[in-house]
Design a protein around this ligand. Structure first.
Ligand code: EZ4
Ligand code: CO
Length: 400
């Protein structure tokens, strides 16, 4: 089954998405998400200028061989641009295989290992009262797991707090927004938020929190320790994880479960974290960590060490990603982040997946069960956008 054509579709139905479409000689096509938030066109060029010419004429059924060809054949390995491009190819080839065999992709991955995928949503408020209200809105929608973020008294803005909308979107058009940060104000405040949430919602609701790479190891250890009475489902990205060893220090001090990996690109980024059991959830995704094929390898390593998967699923990962993630998720044991896309995004990417009672299912359409309405997509041209940056109160650049 020869690949005869492939193209990159860049569109912006509310936010930017990069989608790869691969077409085979018998007319079957597959889709892959290649969106790298804030650096989209680098991946689009990597695909159009360097990868697509190598795909034409290849057998679309040889998913693993094409993966190895693109990974080993580039000589320059890993990195978010390369790995997002490989991910898109891999995902599109799984879509094609599913369609060719008339089976949903999860059936090709060993079949469903449970009836649905537990997902968590994002609740946030400018202050604790608003955050409590946002969490109760999610409870009413049926969510069993909810991430809670709140504005911090003394800081004008911070990560994870939407502007009164369901659709939190951090990327800004034209120039990056500048946030201001202070770890002391944050560390003193977050335990109060979770004390209040536990009082309000009782012990059973799964509560999560994202520190978004902003703490040092010892600060993260303190936060984990102080959050212990509130039994978080996880504390996410406590420190920037370039230094995997730093999690040893955090781990020595706290039993709060730790999740990390949304910015990782390969199994090598999390090998030590998993093998030393320094984390509880690995958050690598189908779109940034080598597609369904590579994520299965990460999940296999993680399973050995009782580390579960909990893939990133913010709105900058497209519905094509979400479909692929859910097929993968249904075949393993985990939780999935789920930020709802806007209605215009959902119209551009019609999909078979669905949400009910806090769980999601990829649906039973052949392949991934997601499509792109190209004519509609062309009405939303790309607009350059950047993620925010973050500075400490004295102006020092910090991690956003
Ligand atoms: O900031 O996807 O857990 N979710 C997150 C996201 C990320 C964005 C960055 O593009 O941390 O909201
Ligand atoms: Co995160």
């Amino acid at each position: 089954m020869k690949i005869v054509d492939a193209k990159v579709i860049v569109c912006s139905p509310g936010r930017n998405f990069v989608t790869l479409k691969i077409v085979t000689e018998d007319g079957i096509y597959g889709l892959g998400d290649a969106t790298l938030n804030g650096r989209e066109l680098a991946v689009a060029s990597y695909l159009s200028d360097h990868v697509i010419p190598l795909l034409i004429g290849r057998d679309a059924r040889r998913i693993e061989d094409i993966w190895q060809y693109l990974y080993k054949g580039a000589y320059w390995r890993r990195g978010p641009v390369t790995m997002s491009a490989i991910s898109a190819v891999d995902t599109a080839l799984w879509d094609i295989k599913g369609k060719a065999l008339n089976a949903p992709v999860y059936q090709l991955l060993g079949g469903a290992s449970r009836d649905g995928v537990l997902v968590y949503g994002h609740a946030s408020g400018q202050d604790i009262e608003e955050a409590v209200k946002a969490v109760s809105d999610y409870v009413r929608l049926g969510y069993k797991a909810i991430r809670a973020q709140s504005g911090i008294p003394g800081l004008p803005s911070t990560y994870g707090v939407g502007r009164g909308k369901m659709y939190y979107e951090p990327a800004e058009k034209d120039a990056p927004l500048e946030n201001v940060w202070n770890s002391e104000l944050y560390l003193n405040f977050v335990p109060q938020l979770f004390e209040r949430l536990r009082k309000e919602f009782g012990p059973d609701l799964h509560l999560l929190h994202d520190a978004h790479h902003r703490l040092t190891p010892i600060e993260a250890a303190r936060l984990g320790k102080e959050l212990e009475p509130y039994h978080l489902f996880w504390l996410e990205d406590p420190v920037p994880a370039e230094l995997q060893e730093s999690f040893r220090l955090i781990r020595q001090h706290t039993t709060t479960p730790l999740a990390v990996g949304e910015v990782f690109n390969s199994i090598y980024d999390c090998q030590q974290l998993i093998q030393e059991q320094l984390i509880d959830y690995i958050r690598t995704t189908v779109v940034h960590a080598g597609g369904i094929s590579h994520l299965r390898k990460i999940a296999g390593l993680a399973e050995l060490y009782l580390v579960r998967t909990g893939s990133h699923g913010a709105t900058d990962l497209s519905p094509v990603y979400m479909a692929a993630a859910l097929h993968f998720d249904l075949s393993v044991h985990n939780i999935q982040e789920y930020m709802r896309h806007t209605e215009e995004t959902d119209r551009v990417f019609p999909h078979a997946y669905s949400f009910s009672e806090g769980m999601m299912h990829p649906g039973d359409a052949p392949g991934l069960g997601v499509d792109i309405e190209e004519t509609l997509a062309s009405k939303y041209p790309y607009r350059r956008a950047y993620l925010p940056i973050n500075r400490k109160l004295d102006g020092t650049m910090h991690n956003w």
